[in-house]
Write a protein that binds this ligand. Structure first.
Ligand code: NDP
Length: 400
């Protein structure tokens, strides 16, 4: 008998709710809570109609620890799945400690007033979770999430030493909108307008925003221009796999998207500081979010695939080895199953899977952990059964 509480009713929260409702052998009681309760109610109604599974709903402001603690104590979840925004990570972790709940998220903490993300804030909770005998699982979406579990699987089964890691993330889908982001626009635009960064020989190398790019060929998709970005799992992966000499993250963007982004930046709409508008304080990027298409509404006309994976070089049995592990996900199939597009789907399925691993005793431990610290095998079995099958190419041409 395991109660689960999902916080956040956006695109990712929708998928998590569907997926836990498909696994009621483990998730025996489900609650979905978010800032806007009507969104939770709509998702719960859709799920009831599809699977005859009842989901309780609640309103909560996840910025307020006392409100979270009251909700956690009244519902009593074994695990809280945080798919609200990265700004809420610390308040939700704090509330989990106070109410005695385990924790899982898909994105690391970011302060609202600074586009800066790193694990230090959340890793600092390790001792408190450990002393409380509670588990916090960080970064359990696709990237971070599957990307890190793929790397752990490679280390366990295919390498004696990994040396070069490239995480390659392609969205070859078309949502038929002039401009939209696939997950929360504010978080997305903050992420990609920052400087790039990669790990090389024991230190971080900083690049200009989207400065380095090259075509990378994705399976069943073909070549796509791919841009070097900083991505949070690089930080934990180089710590947990210290033989890695170079670790980079690449993401594809179309020209149309980049042109819109440049205009948004040039006209000041990507600003995250408050401005005064007719006597009211607004943050331009938050205002922009309000007028852009919502990620959870992109699904209906979305065609094409995402393709995300890890390309790794290293040594096995004294011989050079290359290894590529990836998933391709269809936006249309994701929409048919959950009413959301592929990026929400590829994030929500691993989040459910991580919680499933914890509740079934496959992933255990007291403290704060990144997903690559757990056994990758049962996770990869379950994530494939749950809609994200993965493929591997051993000793192929990695291009990178
Ligand atoms: P959305 O913006 O679609 O949804 C966020 C949800 O959180 C909304 O329902 C929002 O409420 C709710 N929320 C925001 N602030 C609060 C608050 N203070 N209290 C309660 N609820 C709140 O985002 P996505 O679903 O696209 O993304 C969710 C998370 O997943 C993000 O953290 C994102 O970074 C992460 N992500 C991770 C990926 C990975 O692969 N690891 C990939 C994609 C996303 P309201 O409806 O009222 O606005």
């Amino acid at each position: 008998m395991s109660k689960v509480l999902i916080i956040g009713a956006g695109g990712v929260g929708t998928v998590v709710a569907h997926k836990v409702a498909q696994n009621t052998d483990v998730f025996t009681e489900i609650m979905l809570a978010s800032r806007t309760k009507s969104k939770c109610d709509r998702i719960a109604e859709d799920i009831f109609n599809r699977y005859n599974v009842k989901i309780q709903t609640a309103q909560v402001d996840a910025d307020v620890v006392e409100d979270l603690v009251a909700l956690f104590k009244s519902f009593g979840p074994k695990i809280v799945i945080n798919v609200a925004l990265p700004y809420q990570d610390l308040t939700i972790m704090e509330a989990c400690l106070q109410a005695g709940c385990n924790y899982l998220d898909t994105a690391n903490y970011e302060p609202k007033d600074e586009a800066h993300f790193e694990y230090s804030w959340q890793w600092a909770y390790h001792d408190r979770f450990k002393e409380a005998g509670l588990c916090a699982i960080l970064g359990c979406g696709f990237d971070p999430g599957c990307s890190a579990v793929y790397t752990a699987y490679a280390a366990k089964h295919h390498f004696d030493e990994m040396h070069y890691l490239d995480i390659v993330d392609c969205n070859a889908g078309d949502h038929h909108k002039a401009f939209a982001t696939n997950f929360n626009p504010e978080i997305n635009i903050r992420e990609i307008t920052q400087n790039g960064r990669y790990w090389q020989d024991g230190q971080w190398v900083t690049t200009g925003p989207l400065e380095f790019h090259q075509p990378i060929t994705y399976p069943e998709i073909g070549p796509r221009e791919s841009y070097l970005l900083y991505h949070e799992e690089l930080e934990s992966l180089v710590k947990n796999f210290p033989t890695i000499k170079r670790a980079r993250f690449w993401m594809t963007f179309g020209q149309e998207y980049l042109t819109h982004l440049r205009v948004i930046q040039n006209i000041g709409m990507a600003r995250i500081d408050e401005i005064d508008y007719n006597g009211q304080k607004i943050v331009p990027l938050q205002f922009l979010k309000a007028v852009l298409p919502a990620p959870e509404e992109l699904g209906e006309n979305y065609t094409g695939y995402t393709s995300i994976g890890c390309r790794i070089r290293g040594v096995k049995d004294g011989q050079p080895r290359t290894y590529y592990i990836y998933n391709n996900c269809s936006h249309q199939e994701a929409y048919r199953e959950t009413g959301t597009q592929g990026v929400s789907y590829t994030t929500g399925v691993p989040a459910m899977t991580g919680a499933y691993m914890f509740l079934t005793g496959e992933w255990t431990g007291a403290g704060v952990f990144n997903v690559e610290e757990f056994n990758p095998d049962p996770f990869l079995k379950k994530v494939a059964e749950s809609g994200l099958p993965w493929h591997e190419v051993i000793d192929g041409d990695l291009e990178l």
